[in-house]
Design a protein around this ligand. Structure first.
Ligand code: CA
Length: 227
């Protein structure tokens, strides 16, 4: 799950970023409204955490622009404690939920999870490709009824693939979705993790579901590799 945090206060941005990273989200941070708008338009985020009080373009204006452009990414607004008007305007402008500052971090996580569960996103908690099954909420993966242990990163990668069955996902798409924009590690990290996953979900199960599309990327499919 990839989350964009738009927050101008460095300490708050840092706190949210760190907490979300520890909860295994891929996090990008934008420190002002225009940068945030730019990020939100250009990448495929699963949710936005949007502060209302931002320099230049404020959170409500940003939200209105996004919704006007048909971008439906779920938005959790951060508001001042006494900002009743902000909350009303925010919800009217297309926010999905709000959280008043100061907040307890577990509440932010819970609201984010609730947002990601909502039906418009069709986040079906049970994903299935052939005999491979993922219960997203319970974080359980099984193939042919046999439980498979995945690291958080492997789980996120497999979830991304399983949410796009039969679709070829390029290395760049996978990279962007699973690792955040600041990742400067080994460029073959996607291939490495695909290798880990392959050993766990395919090895010893007969039909290989995780397929390499040479020169393009990867996909998960019950149909034999056509590439
Ligand atoms: Ca602010």
């Amino acid at each position: 799950m990839r989350v964009l945090v738009i927050e101008d206060e460095p300490s708050m941005a840092q706190l949210i970023c760190q907490g979300l990273s520890e909860a295994h989200y891929a996090v990008d941070v934008a420190m002002d409204g225009y940068v945030g708008l730019d990020y939100a338009r250009s990448a495929d985020y699963d949710a936005l955490i949007l502060d209302i009080m931002l320099p230049q373009l404020d959170g409500l204006q940003l939200l209105q622009l996004l919704r006007h452009e048909g971008i439906k990414t779920p938005v959790l607004l951060l508001t001042a404690r006494d900002g009743v008007d902000d909350r009303v305007h925010g919800l009217d402008a297309g926010a999905d939920d709000y959280l008043a500052k100061p907040f307890a971090f577990p509440e932010l996580l819970a609201r984010l999870r609730a947002l990601l569960r909502r039906p418009p996103l069709q986040l079906n908690p049970i994903l299935q490709v052939a005999d491979l099954q993922m219960d997203v909420a319970a974080r359980v993966v099984r193939r042919a009824g046999k439980s498979i242990d995945l690291s958080p990163r492997e789980f996120t990668l497999l979830e991304y693939l399983m949410r796009h069955p039969r679709q070829i996902l390029t290395r760049d798409q996978i990279m962007e979705h699973i690792w955040n924009a600041d990742f400067y590690g080994e460029s073959n990290v996607v291939d490495v993790y695909i290798g880990y996953l392959r050993r766990k979900i395919d090895q010893g199960f007969g039909v290989a579901l995780l397929q390499t599309v040479r020169g393009v990327g990867y996909r998960i499919s019950a149909k034999p590799d056509e590439a």
